[in-house]
Design a protein around this ligand. Sequence first.
Ligand code: AMP
Ligand code: MG
Length: 428
Amino acid sequence: MDKARNRLRAALVSVGDELLSGRTVDTNGAWLGRELARLGVPVARRYTVGDAAAEIQEAVAGAAACAELVIVTGGLGPTPDDVTRDAVAALTARPLREDAEVLARIQELFRERGGSGMAAPNRRVAQVPDGATKLANERGTAPGLAMEHGASVVVLLPGVPREMRGIFRGPLTALLEARFEGRLRPVHVRLLHTTGIPESRLAEEVARCLPDGTGPVDMAFLPDLRGVDLRLSASDMTGEEADRRFEAIEKALQGVLEPWRYDAPGGDLAEAVSTALRASQATLAVAESCTGGLIGKRLTDLPGASDVFPGGVIAYSNDVKVRVLGVAGDVLAAEGAVAGPVAARMAREAARRCGAEAGIGVTGVAGPGGGSAVKPVGTVWYAAFLRGRVATRAAWFAGDREAIREQAAQAALFLLLRLLDGRETPDP
Ligand code: AMP
Ligand code: MG
């Protein structure tokens, strides 16, 4: 076998009629692809099949022919349409036997939950193919099952994403480390988040700072509506060495990235804003027009949001801008709702009326209608207020309604972050 073919690869089989009809999106396949990539095991092929034994067998056989690791998700439950266990047991010629340990655990789970105890169909979940390794499921009844099949390992996991992930991260990773000893190539990753700079320009500036490239470190640009992430990754080295190399690259890029960069372990700028608010003992209130609550949503997605976010106003109509936020009617009449003084007033009044030290105001034309020659679709005015001072900016965002709103929310959050960091100057 040549080297490329000797490389450890995986193939995935997602089972479920609902995946084919589109009622459920195959998030398991995407998640497993990412997790396996982190272990240095690329996914070579993915199959999606319905709840039919013959289809499942054909897919598993095909997967095993091209990859040493086959992971099947779905169809392990107690209902008659769950046929994965039986189909794979038959394919691998392993008789099914009721496993006393699994059965006892299921019965105990049902006792704990109260009610009338275990319903008869659940007994099926305790069937284990002869010689299969059980992978404990802390979050549900059906354990994962791993078995040798030819030169491959075939692993069956429940379809419920939470259960599948728990088993993968726990007992399955341990099993893979043992079974493929020395052949996993863990990938070390560092993400550098930027917003407000187009991908092409970022790529140009990065290339200028790193004329000799990045050596064994891979660099990828990952753009979305909110910004561009720079992904550094390296394998075949220790975590310490990877950190050292990432550090050196970050240092070389520091000057270029500084105006655009933010740090957030979960990736969301709202997280960076929350952290900065905590650090400067400030709370934030919002007044959102065209973003319709997007900023508030992102802030409240974070656990513990109430420490820094008292609330805000969705000031969509002019009437609410005037009556709830006290935007002067004559300013609205003279400038229209999409204007700097309106955004500034919204930010300031949101803070004042909610008793917060900081405020954000956003007003813009999200389209598709409502644009004009002077204020075309995509025109957004936004402002950030902090302890008596306000910074007001305008932007012209491209894209559809969703794109404009996402970019507006991101730009407003970033403006506030930079005020909090002392890197942005308020209006004169
Ligand atoms: P099952 O194990 O087939 O009984 O599936 C249990 C639940 O997990 C169902 O709600 C499925 O829709 C869901 N599910 C199954 N496979 C997937 C998948 N590949 N991605 C996301 N959800 C899934
Ligand atoms: Mg199913």
